[in-house]
Every structure is written in C-alpha cells, then in structure tokens.
Design a binder for this molecule. Structure first.
Ligand SMILES: Cc1cc2nc3c(=O)[nH]c(=O)nc-3n(C[C@H](O)[C@H](O)[C@H](O)COP(=O)(O)O)c2cc1C
Length: 214
C-alpha cells in the first residue's frame, strides 16, 4: 500500500477578500480564468469536470472542455445520447468544477443544463477539424462496442462516404449551456484556512455573496 500521508503542500500564493471582488461571479470567473492562462503551468485551463445525477442513482463526474462562457453561463459540447446526456435529460442539475493548481484555486458551479440552440451547435461543429467531426458521428459515446477495430473500420467507411463532401452535425451531438445558480471560489491559504466565497443567485437575479468556512 502506498502511504500518501506526507503529501502536504502549503497554499500561499494569493488571497480572496470581499473588498476586492466584483458583484457578479462571471466577472470573477473571467478574471481567474485569464490569470490561470497567463500564469502558465496549466495545459488546458478550460478543462472542467461535469458531475451529473446518473440514472443508476450514482453521481458521476468526468472531464469535458469549456468552449464558451458569458453572463448566460458555461457551454460545453458532447453527445446527447451519452451517459451524461441521458442523465441531464432527466435531471438537468449539474455541477461544474475547475482546479487550477498553479494558482491554488478551485471554482465550483452548481447550475442547470439545457441544450444550446441548434444554430450554435451547428456553428461550433462546423469549426471543428474533419477528423473530429467524423469522430462525433462515428462514436456512439458511452455505449459498449465490440472492439477498437470496429471503431476504426466505421471511421474508414465514413471517411470514404464523406470524401470531398461537407460533414453535417449529427443531431445526437451538440452543446449544453449550464446556467449558474451558485458559484464558489476557493483560494488556497496557509494553515488550511483557505478563502471560500460563494455567490448565490436570488429570485430577483441579484447575487448574494457569503464567506464559507474552509
Ligand atoms: C481533457 C479531456 C477533455 C475532454 N473533453 C470532452 C468534451 O469536451 N466533450 C465530451 O463529450 N467528452 C470529453 N472528454 C471525455 C469525457 O471525459 C468522457 O469520457 C465522455 O464525455 C463520456 O462521458 P459519459 O459516458 O460519462 O457521458 C474529455 C476528456 C478529457 C480527459
């Protein structure tokens, strides 16, 4: 057995104080996102986990790539028939999270997922390389398949079928917009007394800001 009890790190890079934060969590997310990018040391700043309530009663989280964020929310693309797609069709409540280790920061977003308008999904699909487009068509994401060879063969068949032709977005693939209801910002601090600031969306669409105990 590997003992990890000595794996310990003191977090001392920054602080998160009420006096310096905006009223709106998207502004703070924007600031942190670009600081993480500029600081470096993170290969995919836009990688995030999406946790869903599974149809089997279990929560499940997996990494996807954030492709857009704005006041409206956070957009990622996937297969609508995948395990997460089926889960969100029944229960759209999801949790997104980011861990930007070089900044000693974590962001946790609770929100509701909805499919993006088809035009937005079409535009994003069209911007992808042909290989990724065919990959989206060929992969029955999350289904059991007979073998790796099966996938490669299916791809070859599609490559021939679409040679020289435009590749349309399959209807089973597209975006989700997660509209945030709660956004928590976590800044690592010394002695495990981290800063945690939570924004909660009220009925009048204003944000309540609270400090949580670490
Ligand atoms: C760095 C990284 C980025 C990923 N990006 C995506 C993505 O944007 N969309 C997606 O559907 N899957 C993405 N995946 C794969 C998912 O983690 C997952 O395996 C897949 O979506 C199937 O999940 P599900 O069976 O729980 O629905 C990514 C995986 C990694 C490690």
């Amino acid at each position: 057995m590997k003992d990890l009890s000595n794996y310990r790190k003191s977090y001392e890079k920054s602080e998160l104080l009420e006096a310096t934060i905006p009223e709106d969590p998207i502004n703070l997310f924007h600031k942190w996102f670009y600081e993480a990018e500029e600081f470096g040391g993170i290969e995919e700043v836009n990688a995030m986990t999406v946790a869903t309530h599974g149809l089997d009663g279990f929560p499940k989280s997996r990494v996807v790539l954030l492709k857009k964020f704005s006041e409206e929310g956070f957009i990622f693309y996937t297969n609508y028939n995948s395990e997460k797609g089926k889960a969100m069709a029944i229960n759209p409540n999801v949790c997104l999270s980011f861990f930007w280790h070089s900044m000693e920061r974590q962001v946790i977003i609770k929100g509701r997922a909805e499919k993006t308008p088809t035009l937005l999904s079409d535009n994003y699909f069209d911007s992808r390389p042909d290989g990724s487009k065919l990959g989206a068509i060929v992969s029955p994401q999350s289904d059991v398949i007979p073998s790796r060879e099966y996938l490669d063969q299916q791809l070859k068949i599609l490559e021939q079928a679409f040679e020289g032709k435009a590749i349309p977005r399959p209807s089973h693939w597209g975006g989700y917009l997660v509209r945030p209801l709660e956004v928590e910002f976590w800044q690592g601090r010394a002695n495990r007394l981290h800063d945690r600031i939570r924004y909660h969306l009220e009925e009048d669409y204003s944000w309540t800001i609270d400090r949580l105990s670490p």
